[in-house]
Design a protein around this ligand. Structure first.
Ligand code: CMC
Length: 428
């Protein structure tokens, strides 16, 4: 459905076509704006800017709705697996039994890194953050597959499977390397998430016991992170892809964007915040007072979202899972009590209520990861593993769009106007 919006510029009325999405969201197409008026739009942070049309993920931030390809996130969380959901995101529909077998086989075939890549891990100091290693290694992996550059469309299913499968192998290797532990190779007999836990925690000659509840909890974390429309890292992936860079280079850039504490790095920052509050013996109220008077620019990490002005549906599912996983593992965690207390205070406090700040996906996810033994500096890596199918689906959309142009925003220049060069002598 299309329409038209008229705007007045210097007494001249100009019409811009509107486009209405399948869920009713209206966009004004301003591609003719500069030609017709000489003006550009200015929207720092892109809060009002649609960068693309996309058929992958729908979010209604006011209602707290998240759907992948039309399926509600809660239904997928209850009934699907990360790998089924990955297929759904990339190829548009849930796989048939045969498609799922083919996809799983392709993942298994591609799970090993080129053996030479193992030496690259030796170049990182033990203090290297795993997100730095992950981004570098994803990019490096592209150099072992030359046809990723010149046959990117034709070979896409292989490269997509390779990336989903290998990101998990790279993540596990980086963890083992940082701790001086021997590398554990993936097994062909294990499914995706179980295989990851095997590579992380088994020892040569002694396989870890893979508890189904732990495998399921991590698989769910991956699934809940699998896509989230045009967030910072996905927009980065699309932007890099728009220059016709390859899939691995685009995903590597996505990892870098994800790392920041305002985005995926928030899951590590939340746990560090909870640990600090616990260490200081605060029940959360002292910390929240600091957040509210904005001393030291503190934020309640894991709270707030650009799009959600209501509960983040992923946070609701993860919070429920926290209690379930801790009970299944017969564990308790004082940090969960602090997190619940912080949430309770914040949801009744005018500062948070008036700004519509609710817990987001990162608020409770760290508690589950901690319970299942994932170390703190690997939290954001778990987010990256989960987000990989979403990045790949978005890359595919860019690649297949016949009207795709290189992403190249403009700016309003505010620097000096023309000045003449002074020699060093003239400058004194
Ligand atoms: N704690 C305290 N105040 C906050 C918070 C918070 N977590 N989030 C936003 N605010 C305040 C902010 O100070 C501002 O107040 P004022 O109007 O008085 O200046 C107001 O709320 C609007 O904030 P904003 O920074 O303009 O909002 P944004 O849409 O640009 O930022 C955000 C969104 C997620 C970066 C932000 O809410 C935040 O920093 N949250 C904490 C970090 C976090 O949890 N990030 C994970 C996001 S979800 C997963 C993901 O995308 O990776």
């Amino acid at each position: 459905m299309t329409g038209n919006v008229e705007m007045n510029f210097d007494g001249k009325t100009i019409g811009f076509p509107t486009i209405v999405g399948s869920e009713g969201e209206v966009g004004v197409n301003i591609t003719a704006l500069r030609n017709q008026t000489g003006c550009i739009t200015l929207d720092p942070g892109y809060g009002n800017t649609g960068s693309c049309e996309s058929a992958i993920t729908f979010i209604d931030g006011e209602e707290g709705i998240l759907r992948y390809r039309g399926y509600d996130i809660a239904e997928l969380a209850a009934k699907s697996t990360f790998i089924e959901t990955s297929y759904l995101l990339i190829y548009g529909n849930l796989p048939s039994r045969a498609q799922l077998v083919d996809f799983s086989n392709l993942l298994t075939e591609n799970q090993m890194l080129h053996e030479d890549m193992r030496h690259l891990f030796d170049g990182f100091p033990p203090t290297a953050h795993p997100m730095a290693i992950l981004s570098a290694m994803i990019n490096a992996a592209s150099s072992y597959h030359p046809n990723i550059i010149n046959k990117r469309e034709e070979r896409f299913p292989w490269h997509a499977a390779r990336l989903i499968s290998q990101v998990r192998t790279i993540a596990a290797y980086s963890y083992r390397k940082a701790r001086g532990l021997p590398t554990i190779y993936p097994k062909t007999t294990l499914k995706y998430t179980a295989n990851f836990l095997h590579m992380m925690f088994s020892h040569p000659g002694e396989d870890i016991e893979l508890k189904p509840e732990i495998v399921r909890a991590l698989d769910l974390i991956f699934l809940l992170h699998a896509d989230h429309e045009q967030n910072c890292s996905t927009s980065t992936v699309r932007m890099v892809a728009s220059s016709r860079a390859n899939l691995f280079a685009s995903a590597s850039a996505g990892v870098c964007a994800l790392w920041g504490p305002l985005h995926g790095g928030a899951n590590q920052a939340v746990l560090e915040m909870l640990q600090e509050i616990h260490h200081e013996g605060d029940d959360g109220s002292k910390f929240l007072a600091q957040v509210k008077d904005k001393t030291g620019n503190r934020r309640l990490m894991g709270f707030g979202h650009r799009v959600y002005k209501n509960f983040d549906p992923r946070a609701v599912i993860i919070k429920e899972q926290c209690d379930k996983v801790l009970a299944q593992l017969h564990k308790s965690d004082p940090l969960l009590d602090i997190a619940k207390k912080l949430e309770e205070i914040a949801l009744h406090d005018d500062y948070f209520v008036s700004r519509k700040l609710y817990p987001n996906v990162d608020f409770y996810s760290g508690i589950i990861m901690r319970a299942i033994g994932i170390p703190l500096d690997m939290f954001t890596v778990m987010f990256a593993i989960g987000r990989m199918p979403g990045w790949i689906a978005n890359f595919k959309e860019v690649m297949e769009d016949p009207e795709s142009r290189i992403a190249r925003p403009r700016q309003i220049y505010t620097g000096p106007t023309l000045r003449s060069y002074k020699t060093l002598d003239q400058r004194g």
